[in-house]
Design a protein around this ligand. Sequence first.
Ligand code: ATP
Length: 344
Amino acid sequence: MAVVEIRGLTKHFGQVKAVDGVDLSIQEGELLVILGPSGCGKTTLMRSIAGLEQPTAGEVLIGGRVVNGLPPRARQVAMVFQSYALYPHMTVFNNIAFPLKAQGGMTTEARKEKVEWAASLLGVEHLLDRKPRQLSGGERQRVALCRALVREPTVLLLDEPLSNLDAKLRASARDELQRFQRRLGITTIFVTHDQVEAMGLGDRIAVMNQGKVRQIGTPQEIYHESGDTFVATFLGSPGMNLMEREDCLLGFRPEHFLPQEAAEGRHNLTTFSLKVTRIEYLGADRLVYGVVDSVAGETRTVAKLPSTVTLSIESGESYPFFVQKQHLRFFDKATGTRTEPNPL
Ligand code: ATP
C-alpha cells in the first residue's frame, strides 16, 4: 500500500498556480525525490503534505487515510527545512526534545531516552550540550534530522536539507542520508533543484515544472527515456541537444555526440557537421560547443568527449560528428512530448 498518496492536488496563491493537479503515490520505505527549477511548486507541495498549507483542491492520504482536515501534528509526518530552523538559544538536547515536549504526555526520563536514541542513530550524542552555533553545517543537519525523527514519523519530508553545505560536505552528507534512510526504512520525500543530488539519492524522481509533475520514474528512466523536452533538457550537464526536423524535434545527449574517430566498431550512425565555437576542459571530459545546420538554420549543439577521445579540435573548424541511432530521441514539435520517429 502507498504510504502517501496525492490526488489532484492543487494550490493557488491568487493568480499563481503553485501546484497544479499533482498525482503521486509513494511506497513504504521509498525515497522519492521531487526535482524541479526554482518556483516550480516543490515546497508548496511538501507543505501541503505536512499540513502547513490547505490545498485549493485535491486530497492527501497518509497510510490510506485522507488527512486534509488534520493539523500538521496529527499527520505523522516530520519536515526538515533548508535552514534547519534550530532554536539558537537552546542546547542540541533541547532542540531535539522540543517536539516531544510540545506534544506532551511523556515523562522526562522517557523523553531523555528518545533524544538519546535519535542522537545515537545519527552520531551526535557527544554534541547534546552544545548550542547550534557551536556546530558545523553537517552537524546541524544531523541535529535537525534527529529532531524530525524523535516522534517516529511515518513520513519524513526533507526540503533541500543539503543546500547550506559546501560541495564536499554535501557529497558526504548525501551518502550519510541515504545510508540512514535505508537503515531505518523510513518513507522519505526529498525536495531539490539539484539534478546530481536527485540522481544520486532517489529510488524514483518526480520532475516538476510550473506546478505539474512532468515525469516520474527511476533516475535511469527519466534520464534515458525522458518523456518530454523539459525533462530532457533539465536533466544532464549539459542537457539534451534538440534540433528541428521537418516534422519533429530530434534530441540526443552530449555524451552520445562523438567525432568520427570514435566511430570504429559502431553501427547505425547519423552524422552531422559540427562547426566548433568553443571548447571547455573539465578534467575528465571535454565539452565541445558548436553549431549544426538544421531546418531552423544553425542550431547550437554540444558534445561531451571523454579523455579517451584524443582528437585535437580547434575553434572555428568543422568536424564530422555522429550519433548512434539508438541514442536518437524524437519529440512532438508543438507539445514537446516524446514520440516515435516518423517512418518517412
Ligand atoms: P524554490 O526551489 O525556489 O524554493 P519551489 O519549487 O519550492 O521553489 P514554491 O516555493 O512552492 O516553489 O513556489 C511556487 C510558486 O508559488 C512560486 O511562484 C511562488 O512565488 C508562489 N508562492 C509560494 N508561496 C506563496 C505564498 N505564500 N503566497 C503567494 N505566492 C506563493
